[in-house]
Design a protein around this ligand. Structure first.
Ligand code: NHF
Length: 482
């Protein structure tokens, strides 16, 4: 199958969050199944162009009310996967990736979505399936499901749209959509009125098949609490909606080959992990206490990630002798609160407010537990990486966290899960973690079981392959009304 994979970010070219990890690794996994997969991302100035040596493969134009906009497609590679970087006036040439609002991001991502489709025509690569991701790429799905149906080049192209994070909608984009000639011909009745000019809505209403990144999140987004206004739409299209768990690149995340670690290890040599804990304590400026529980968070600092319930519980954790390492950046209020914790608990709490991949690896390889108290979590990658590195996840039972972690009170336990979204429930989970930690053999078993889980992309890539076939079967599809 020919697959065009569209995303606003993809590692190693440009990565802000989990979407970048997925777009960096899933196309490669699909290619190993024998498909001709091409990845397209915006050609931001923030990409290290000299390092990736992209070659220009074409120039064309994207129609716009203000006159046709020049676009260019550049090609580089990620393993065996050709990667297209799309450039043109709305794509920033400075360090910016995501902007301040729809005025900036609307034209940027509509242009990108349409330019990526046009680049296929330019390069004579006719996709069987366009796999679009999140609101940035909704306009591509919409194009395919409207004018694409009478376009000889795209008539047989099916679309699959993956939701990575539902509350990000790209709403109020109507003016920009109209300027790029996206007609409101699709039956948008399925969407709530406020979402009919949201770029996410166009993807949700127009895609032949919808997926999200875990089975539990696929259920949660059909409820009023988890649906952010789209629960009706998603329930109406539930026959087209599937939850496919993300994977991680198990070569990139491998404690037995990871150069960032002081001691490399695997499940058979778990004893070596202690050296990494000591190294982490040293680098973080924490007391070198071998037996103290070293808890860590590696996270975007965002309200989604549960810092409001974590902060009071972490205060208590530090007061009662635990250690804490935090790595991440984001919301200035959360950054300030964390910096305050570090100041109040020198030698016990260490906070780095930045993006620092090698340090993240040291945390995964050295911390005892990784705290993930998310309000909601479509899939979550941190818990999978943590388990692969023998760090035990302590996480809220939501979305993909619920699908990838088994509580220690159940057979085959790999972590500690809690339900309530409140500091008390979180503190109770930490107390449970300490109880298991006090029995070193039992703790080591939990670590080993986590390390034995298979989080590779193999299974999920095969599921996407099956769903691509399903999408083709619906093509030319009709919008299901449930
Ligand atoms: O894993 C990639 C990521 C998810 O839970 C994560 C999230 C954003 O919030 O699918 O997207």
């Amino acid at each position: 199958m020919n697959v065009l994979f569209l995303a606003a970010e993809a590692a190693p070219f440009v990565k802000v969050g989990g979407l970048g990890d997925v777009a960096g690794s899933l196309p490669r996994a699909l290619a190993t199944l024998g498909h001709d997969v091409r990845l397209a991302i915006p050609g931001y100035g923030a990409i290290d162009w000299p390092a990736f040596q992209p070659e220009r493969r074409g120039r064309f134009e994207v129609p716009h009310a203000g006159g046709r906009e020049p676009a260019q497609v550049w090609e580089t590679r990620s393993g065996s996967v050709p990667v297209y970087l799309l450039t043109g006036p709305p794509i920033p040439t400075d360090r910016r990736i995501y902007g301040s609002g729809i005025e900036e991001d609307g034209p940027k991502f509509i242009f990108f979505s349409l330019a990526a489709l046009e680049a296929c025509r330019e390069l004579a690569f006719r996709p069987d399936v366009v796999h679009a991701n999140d609101w940035h790429t909704g306009p591509a799905v919409y194009r395919l499901s409207t004018t694409g149906r009478s376009d000889p080049f795209f008539r047989d192209t099916a679309s699959l749209f993956t939701i990575h994070n539902l509350p990000y909608t790209g709403r109020d984009a109507g003016r920009f959509l109209a300027e790029y000639g996206l007609p409101a011909t699709l039956d948008l009745e399925l969407l709530p009125a406020w979402a009919r000019d949201s770029m996410l809505g166009l993807g949700l209403a127009g895609a032949d098949v919808l997926t999200t990144v875990s089975p539990t999140y696929a259920r949660e987004i059909r409820t009023p609490e988890g649906g952010y206004g789209f629960d009706g739409t998603l329930s109406a299209r539930s026959d087209r909606l599937h939850g496919v768990l993300n994977g991680i690149d198990t070569e990139v995340w491998n404690p037995s080959t990871d150069d960032a670690l002081r001691e490399r290890f695997d499940a058979a040599t778990l004893g070596r992990r202690a050296a990494n804990k000591a190294a982490l304590q040293e680098e973080a400026g924490l007391e070198p206490e071998e037996k103290t529980f070293l808890l860590a968070m590696v996270s975007r600092l965002d309200s989604q990630k549960g810092f409001d319930i974590a902060l009071p519980a972490l205060l208590r954790w530090l007061e009662t002798g635990g250690q804490l390492v935090v790595l991440g950046s984001g919301d200035p209020a959360i950054e300030r609160a964390l910096a305050g914790l570090e100041l109040a608990f020198r030698g016990r709490a260490a906070v780095r407010l930045r993006f620092d991949p090698p340090y993240a690896r040291k945390i995964y390889g050295g911390a005892d537990g990784i705290l993930i108290p998310s309000r909601y979590e479509p899939c979550g990658l941190t818990q999978m990486i943590a388990m692969r590195y023998g760090a035990v996840p302590i996480a809220r039972r939501t979305g993909g966290l619920a699908d990838t972690i088994t509580d220690v009170d159940e057979p085959g336990g790999t972590g500690i899960l809690f339900d309530g979204y409140d500091p008390g429930s979180l503190a109770h989970a930490l107390a449970r973690a300490l109880r298991v930690y006090a029995q070193p053999e039992e703790w080591t078993e939990v670590e080993r079981r986590g390390m034995a889980q298979d989080f590779s992309w193999d299974r999920s890539a095969a599921k996407y392959e099956a769903l691509y076939r399903e999408a083709l079967h619906f093509r030319p599809g009709e919008i299901s009304t449930g």
